[in-house]
Design a protein around this ligand. Structure first.
Ligand code: NAD
Length: 450
């Protein structure tokens, strides 16, 4: 018997080929996360359940099932288990999940307080910050563990502006993109050799003496980043399928192939190869657009193009409306996701998901914001919008649309959490829970102040 409780109602999500078979009452594993996670979770659950109820009048419902990870897992399992096998199995078995942020103690700290997430250099009898006796040795990142063990190979980040959100650019509404970032290789599978070690010397000698390669200085750290055809194509396939399913105009393959031909450049080449071999009737490449169609996009087709990474940063600022779905290797996508989110008002309301062939986990993109723990203050927008992505993944578009409608109306009514309120003249500051309640109220019609 697992330590978590399986709901008495509800059924597992099934699969037919690549498509999910979603029952009317799917069991969805979740964990609120650490720090402010429980506050965020409470507000999010009210919003998602409210939208589903309103959209389907009781015909559909989510059967939430709490599983344990991070600091909470340490309380339910033994003191070193931050990512229980049962939790991994649940996400795999039930296929779709939602998670709050998790603490990842920084490298130099040896211990963590389970109650307030304080990171401590040694193990005191009590936490100097909150007095808790629950102190545990530090652990490696649970987020990375989840991604790797479930092979969630695509990190998906939609980035768009919500009317009224303060932001640094003049026309934020022109940016509306979805970034598919490769999640398992490139620098995530990078191998490094530290200068001064025998391993570095061995690799240096092999490269310089045996392979005849040039390295300007022998006192170099050396890094290797693998990018494979398999990893690139499964990511780009997911991006293209998404673009076709959602009737998006283009997929842009972002790379640094002008410099790194056999990794970044190959990512681009494998992308075009896949697009032409698997989606031939549905796509037009940018070269074909000019060679065969005089620059005029044939109706109903998806444009496949590529851009060099540095140029992409410029283009998203200068010509954002020319971009729609982006497929990127790991490192480029890391930079690009955060930069694009900043362009439309920051990470506070940027949602995300990690998706593989077996499971999909939707998550807030920010961390645990530990100094606001239990203050009912932080902005639940990121987790709520991750819930919207989850509803869309289930095919529950009507409920997803209601959440977005409620969120937009609440922001436009200038009733927002502290992080937005301090940047919006005349706005009213709401608690995290009040913001959730206002979204539910505003799903119906005209904005209602909380
Ligand atoms: P953070 O995202 O928790 O906080 C950065 C800043 O953003 C802080 O000023 C915080 O107050 C603010 N902020 C974050 N979320 C907010 C919200 N919902 N509403 C309003 N303001 C918000 O990043 P950090 O401080 O670098 O990390 C804290 C902990 O979170 C660390 O243990 C880190 O490892 C972890 N973390 C987890 C994830 C994840 O689970 N996906 C991601 C990033 C960081």
């Amino acid at each position: 018997m697992p330590k978590y409780q399986v709901p008495s109602r509800g059924a597992k999500i099934g699969r037919k080929g690549a498509a999910l078979e979603v029952p009317d009452e799917p069991i969805i594993p979740f964990f609120p996360g650490d720090g402010t996670g429980p506050d965020l979770w409470r507000a999010t659950q009210v919003v998602l359940d409210g939208a589903v109820e309103k959209a389907y009048k009781g015909k559909k419902k989510i059967a939430w099932m709490e599983v344990y990870a991070g600091l909470t897992a340490l309380k339910h399992y033994d003191k070193d288990t931050v990512l229980p096998q049962e939790t991994l199995d649940a996400f795999r078995e039930y296929r779709v999940g939602l998670k709050g942020p998790l603490t990842t103690p920084a490298g130099q700290h040896k211990f963590v307080c389970l109650d307030c997430a304080a990171e401590l250099p040694d193990r005191p009898a009590k936490c100097p910050k909150c007095g808790s006796q629950w102190i545990t040795p530090r652990f490696r990142s649970v987020n990375v563990g989840l991604r790797q063990k479930l092979d969630l190979y695509a990190c998906v980040r939609p980035v768009r502006w919500f009317t009224g959100v303060p932001c640094p650019v003049k026309e934020p509404g022109k940016l509306d993109i979805v970034i598919f970032r490769e999640n398992t290789e490139d620098i995530y599978a990078g191998i490094e050799f530290e200068w001064g070690t025998p391993e570095q010397k061995k690799v240096y000698d092999f490269l310089v003496k045996d392979m005849g390669k040039k390295i300007p200085f022998p006192d170099s750290g050396i890094g290797i980043k693998p990018i494979s055809k398999t990893g690139s194509q499964r990511l780009i396939r997911m991006a293209i399928r998404y673009a076709i399913d959602h009737k998006k105009p283009s997929v842009t393959i972002v790379h640094k192939g002008n410099i790194q031909k056999f990794t970044e450049g190959a990512f681009r080449d494998w992308g075009y190869e896949l697009a032409k071999s698997e989606f031939r009737d549905q796509i037009v490449t940018e070269a074909e657009l000019w060679d065969q169609h005089n620059g005029k996009m044939p109706a109903g087709k998806l444009l496949i193009k590529d851009r060099i990474a540095d140029q992409t940063f410029q283009q998203l600022l200068l010509r954002p409306d020319e971009y729609s779905v982006l497929a990127t290797p790991n490192l480029n996508g890391d930079y690009l996701s955060d930069a694009a989110a900043a362009q439309v008002g920051g990470l506070g309301i940027a949602p995300g998901a990690n998706i593989g062939d077996e499971a999909a986990i939707f998550e807030a993109t920010h961390g645990t914001a530990p100094k606001y723990t239990n203050k009912d203050m932080v902005n639940p927008g990121s987790l709520i919008l991750s819930g919207v992505m989850m509803l869309e993944h289930l095919g529950w578009q009507a409920a997803a649309d209601l959440v977005v409608k409620g969120l937009e109306a609440t922001i436009q009514a200038k009733t927002v959490t502290y992080d937005l309120e301090r940047q919006m003249p005349g706005a009213k500051k709401l608690k995290c829970s009040e913001f959730g309640a206002a979204i539910v109220k505003n799903m119906g019609g005209a904005p209602v102040a909380a």
